[in-house]
Design a protein around this ligand. Structure first.
Ligand code: PEP
Ligand code: MN
Length: 351
């Protein structure tokens, strides 16, 4: 819907507008009200180039889109009945829990395996463990490819699928070769469109899941959904959207908690939403409540950094990892809340 800056377009303005829309194979239908006229776009209005050209006209105030800019991720898409499997859970529908260390210490294999068994016992469906880590300082521990073997061993020993973050093509290749079940795209990489395409290309027509974190710098929800569209467009629809907090504005929390955007994501897309309360609030004592909130907002799962001995952990673990006994309670409570949230599931909206 095109809203002009003055009440009605002149004949010349309308002609100029129609010349553009003709190029894109769509038509303009004027709708004349008593005070103002608006101009509907008839046809496919998903092209960003079309919208940019119209919004570039001096006599246009704005374009309100009815159709979403994402084609594959939309609830109207043919993929809307697609389901993503995490262990024996099927999303959306079931509730899944991904848990484990922020960072695997390559010198402490036994400790990671202990956590892996403990999170399984607590009810987790997938084990996480950071092999390579995006650290703010180049002098901090950056991870170690050896930890990938430890993660794979944890899968063999527990029988649970595994998740780890990849930040570049080389890491992606190693993880695809090791048949890592779920590739995590971290908040810092979520705007790396080429990496998103490469993940999609290398995992197309496979069962590999992709857990896409929301970048702390993303604004509108559509920006997040379009990032997922990059992966799906290459042929892998097994994407899970993971809000994890945006740029911090609330003193006391590591990031600005954004569990609530689950509602908006679920209105607009079919993709499962797996919230990461650990990085959003950033402190172990706050994590359980944030998990309950995520389930209350209708999330399909949560990612919880968990460590059998947080004080001995690396990366985020000493600050934000919960212990397996706390995880067990979270699993129990969130599963119950997930059931309640189903009573209020959002209806589809397009934009
Ligand atoms: C993590 O999961 O440990 C991590 C680094 O997450 P994020 O990309 O959300 O900061
Ligand atoms: Mn972490």
């Amino acid at each position: 819907m095109i809203i002009p800056i003055h009440p009605r377009l002149t004949d010349n303005e309308l002609r100029e507008l129609e010349e553009i829309t003709l190029e894109f194979g769509v038509r303009i239908q004027p709708i004349h009200g008593n005070e103002r006229s608006i101009y509907a776009i008839l046809g496919d209005e998903t092209s960003q180039d079309l919208i940019n050209r119209i919004e570039g006209l001096a006599f246009v105030e704005r374009v309100d889109r009815i159709q979403a800019p994402y084609k594959l991720m939309s609830r109207e898409s043919k993929l809307s009945s697609h389901r993503v499997k995490v262990g024996d859970k099927i999303l959306p529908g079931d509730f899944c829990v991904i848990a484990g260390h922020c960072t695997i210490d390559p010198k402490q294999k036994a400790m990671f395996l202990e956590t892996a068994f403990a999170v399984k016992e607590a009810g987790a469906d997938m084990i996480r463990g950071g092999v390579w880590k995006p650290r703010t300082s180049p002098h901090s521990f950056q991870g170690d490819a050896k930890s990938l073997e430890i993660l794979v061993e944890a899968r063999e020993r527990t029988g649970l699928p595994i998740n780890t973050e990849v930040m570049d093509f080389e890491q992606l290749k190693l993880c695809v070769d090791a048949k890592v079940d779920c590739l995590q795209i971290g908040a810092r990489s979520a705007l790396n469109y080429r990496l998103l395409q490469q993940v999609g290309e290398l995992t197309k027509n496979t069962q590999t899941r992709v857990l896409l974190k929301r970048s702390m710098h993303m604004g509108p929800v559509s920006e997040f959904i379009l990032a997922a569209e990059y992966i799906v467009a290459q042929g892998n629809p097994n994407v899970m959207l993971c809000p994890r907090g945006t740029v911090p504005t609330i003193e006391g929390f590591r990031n600005s908690p954004d569990e609530s955007i689950t509602l908006l994501l679920k209105e607009r897309t079919w993709a499962p939403v797996v919230v990461d309360p650990s990085h959003s609030v950033g402190k172990a004592v706050y994590v359980p409540n944030a998990c309950l909130a995520a389930a209350g907002y209708g999330a399909d799962g949560i990612l919880v950094e968990t460590h059998c001995q947080p004080k001995k952990g690396m990366g985020d673990d000493p600050k934000q990892a919960v212990t397996p006994d706390v995880l067990a309670q979270i699993v129990k409570d969130t599963r119950e809340i997930h059931g309640f949230a189903k009573h209020y599931a959002p209806k589809a909206t397009a934009s």
